[in-house]
Design a binder for this molecule. Sequence first.
Ligand code: PMP
Ligand code: GLN
Length: 378
Amino acid sequence: PPSRLPNVGTTIFTVMSALAAEHGAVNLGQGFPDFDCDPALLACVQQAMAEGLNQYPPMAGVAPLREAMAAKISTLYGHRYDAASEITVTAGATQAILTAILAIVGPGDEVIVLEPNYDSYVPNIELAGGVVVRVALQAGTFRPDFDAIAAAITPRTRAIIVNTPHNPSASIWRQADMQRLAEILAPTDVLLISDEVYEHMVYDGEPHASAARIPELAARSFVISSFGKTYHVTGWKVGTVAAPAPLTAEFRKVHQFNVFTVNTPMQHGLARFMADPKPYLDLPAFYQHKRDLFRAGLAGTRFQLLPSEGSYFQVVDYSAISSLNEADFCRWLTTEIGVAAIPLSAFYGDGRNQGLVRFCYAKRDETLQAALARLARL
Ligand code: PMP
Ligand code: GLN
C-alpha cells in the first residue's frame, strides 16, 4: 500500500536499545533512567487506584493535576494559565507534540524545525501535510541562529518548534534567546511549539528559559512538559500542554479523537505528589552530579566533550578514536566495547556524519562507572 511516511523506519532509540540488550552492553543510548522513581510517588498512584479512581477522567485531564500544573508554572515562570481552559493532560510529550501539530498545521503550511531535532517532529509535520523548513543550529555550539530563523519565515509559516534544554546537543536557550524569538515573531502570526521536557535539567545555576516567562510568547505558544522526565517515570507516558484558551480549544478537538483521555490513577497520583516541590527543585543538583561524574570519567579518553548545559545527554566527538561513520561507530561501541550510544546523524534530515555521538547519563552512578570502565581504554 502507499505509505504516508515512506522515509520512516524504526526509531534509532529502539534499534540501539535492542542491540545493547542483545550484546549485554551498558545502555547509554535511549534516554531513560535505569533507577526507579520516588516510592512516595508510587504510593500516591497506588492510593488513587485503591480509592477506585480507575474510570475515564475528564477529557482534558483530572482537575487536581491541571490545577497543580497551573500553580507550578505560575510559581516557576510567572505566567498564570487557567487550569480549566488552558492546561491539557497528554499521553506524554510525544502525543502533545503530534496533537498540537495536527491541530494547527494544514497542507502546505510551513513549520520551522531547528536542526538537529528530536526525531518525532518531522514525521509529525509530514502526517499533517505540512512542509518542513529546516534551519540549522549554529555549527559547534548548537546555539540558535536568529538571522537564519528570521530569514526562514514566510507568509506560509504556521509554527516553529523550539526545544530547550536540547535533545540531542544538551545546549540551552538563555532568557535573551527567548526574548529575541519573541521579537522576531511579534510582527507575524507564527505559533510556537515549545518542547520543554527537560525543563528541570538545567545546570550551573542557570534558570530554564521557558516560553511561559514571556507574555507575548506565551500568547502564541504550546508549552509542553513531561512527567516521565521530571519524575523518572518515562514508561508512564504522562505530560501536559499549556496554551492560551483559543489554542487549547483547537488542541482538544484533536486530543479527544486522538487518545480522548489519559489514564486516571497516574493523573491523581501525580497531582498529589506535586504538592511537594522538592523533587523537581532537587533535580538540577541530582543530574549535575551525574553529568560531572560522567564527564570526569571521560576526561582521560580521546573523546572530545561538548558542553552539557542541560538535558541528561552528553555529546562527544570521537574523531580522534575512529574514522567510522556515526552509526557504524555506535554499533562498534555497542558490540565491541559494550557501551551503547546514539549517532547524532539520526537527528539530521540528511543523516550527515560529523563524528559525534550522544550518551545519556540518566543512570545509576554504578552504571555510569561500569560504562566508564569500558570506555577508559579509548
Ligand atoms: N521531546 C524530546 C526532546 C524528548 O527527548 C522526548 C523524550 N525522548 C520527548 C519529547 C517525548 O517525551 P515523552 O516520553 O513524555 O513522550
Ligand atoms: N527521547 C528519548 C531519547 O531521546 C527516547 C524516546 C524514544 O525512545 N522515543 O533518547
